[in-house]
Design a protein around this ligand. Structure first.
Ligand code: HEC
Ligand code: HEC
Length: 105
């Protein structure tokens, strides 16, 4: 539903615990709206966003998710969620392949 417009965020939502599980059909994995909301969706830089630093403990700690999680859990885990591109770019095999590709072009 959200990927219709946010194709890049759908693609990058591929971390092992959330995105990859969601795409594999795990019924307890979070959909876009479990973290971002569905009506008043705000950029994470906005302090009223469910994904603002100030609100992450509450959002991630919601019933059925990471109940009881604290600030350090949220800081460490939160930065992994949409990291597929960065993870791919830092893969040494991929860097080697793109180096070879550049050499031929
Ligand atoms: C019809 C197209 C469309 C759909 C469907 C859609 N969005 Fe958006 N969304 C937008 C546009 C356009 C913006 C504003 C983008 C901007 O300002 O760069 C936006 C902004 C956002 C933002 C803030 C991003 C930013 O940088 O300002 C988030 C988070 C977001 N949408 C999440 C979602 C989620 C989650 C869903 C599904 C429940 C969803 N969107 C469905 C078009 C859509
Ligand atoms: C498990 C929680 C979680 C889920 C599920 C999730 N996101 Fe996010 N999303 C985040 C976090 C945290 C950020 C901000 C940090 C970052 O960019 O990694 C973010 C950032 C974004 C942004 C950039 C604008 C902003 O608010 O920073 C957009 C747009 C977005 N997500 C859309 C989506 C869409 C569309 C989906 C579903 C395919 C989705 N997200 C699923 C946690 C989540």
């Amino acid at each position: 539903m959200c990927a219709r417009c946010h194709a890049e965020e759908y693609r990058s939502y591929d971390d092992y615990y959330h995105g990859a599980a969601y795409k594999a059909g795990a019924s307890d994995s979070p959909a876009c709206w479990d973290c971002h909301g569905s009506h008043a969706i705000l950029p994470s830089a906005d302090e009223d966003s469910m994904m603002a630093d100030e609100n992450k403990v509450e959002t991630c700690g919601q019933e059925g998710c990471h109940t009881g999680s604290g600030v350090s859990f949220v800081e460490n885990a939160g930065s992994l969620i949409h990291q597929k591109n960065e993870a791919e770019d830092s893969n040494p095999l991929r860097q080697l392949l793109s180096g070879i590709r550049n050499w031929f072009s």
